[in-house]
Design a protein around this ligand. Structure first.
Ligand SMILES: Nc1ncnc2c1ncn2[C@@H]1O[C@H](COP(=O)(O)OP(=O)(O)OP(=O)(O)O)[C@@H](O)[C@H]1O
Length: 210
């Protein structure tokens, strides 16, 4: 499903993450690591958000050679999502739905699952932290992604929404969507039957198969 080749990302602060070669099979994968170890750095690169050395290939499509078709296949929910304050979530959903090919029935169903009520009509500037997280999450499920990246998906959302999110991830997995997740929740390793666990430490990544 996903191949990472000769990956290197460094920041002016001196932080560097290097992955010579990594293969992720179709399914669900967990990324673990301490604060500041480089999890979000890797996820942003896979989502095509920031530059890096090397290449990432999803379903045979190279991010470096074919960035637009690649990005159509990847959906990403940030740990701390930021959106323009003056837009409403409904406006964001309409925009992303056009690019990702989502229809109204998918939008309505995702809104119900994630507990997104009338607040989606209001400007982002009025949202609580949980509402903001739900905004990021719904956008990550729109259309027909091959890979959904969820960075800290459970932070700040209420317990009912957490349970429905878990069921949603399991349903989409059965439909053939792959997932890459991070979480600092203590027993998160028990939430899903991961196909592999990736551990980042000291700028390097190790993979173990469950
Ligand atoms: N835009 C940036 N510019 C410079 N340094 C950055 C930038 N983003 C992240 N870093 C640095 O890169 C390192 C890895 O950060 P990253 O956000 O990937 O960690 P993380 O594993 O996701 O952490 P956390 O668990 O706290 O979310 C940190 O040392 C951080 O300070």
């Amino acid at each position: 499903m996903l191949e990472i080749q000769h990956f290197k990302k460094s920041y002016p602060t001196g932080f560097q993450l290097e992955i010579d070669s990594l293969h992720l099979s179709k399914g669900i994968h967990l990324i673990k690591g301490e604060n500041g170890s480089g999890k979000s750095t890797l996820l942003k690169a896979i989502a095509g958000i920031h530059d890096f050395e090397g290449d990432i290939i999803l379903d045979g499509i190279s991010l470096k050679k074919d960035p637009i078709p690649f990005r159509k296949l990847v959906n990403y929910s940030e740990a701390e999502p930021l959106f323009p304050d003056f837009l409403s979530l409904d406006e964001l959903i309409a925009f992303v739905s056009k690019t990702k090919g989502a229809n109204n029935s998918q939008i309505d169903s995702l809104k119900e699952i994630l507990g997104i009520g009338d607040f989606s009509k209001n400007a982002i500037s009025t949202y609580s932290s949980g509402m903001l997280k739900k905004a990021g999450l719904i956008l990550a499920f729109l259309g027909k992604p091959s890979l959904v990246i969820l960075d800290e998906p459970y932070t700040t959302i209420d317990v009912g929404s957490q349970k429905r999110l878990t069921a949603l991830v399991k349903r989409e997995l059965e439909r053939g969507v792959s997932f890459l997740l991070t979480s600092h929740i203590a027993d998160f390793e028990d939430f899903f039957a991961y196909d592999s666990v990736l551990t980042i430490a000291d700028g390097n990544l190790a993979q173990s198969h469950e």
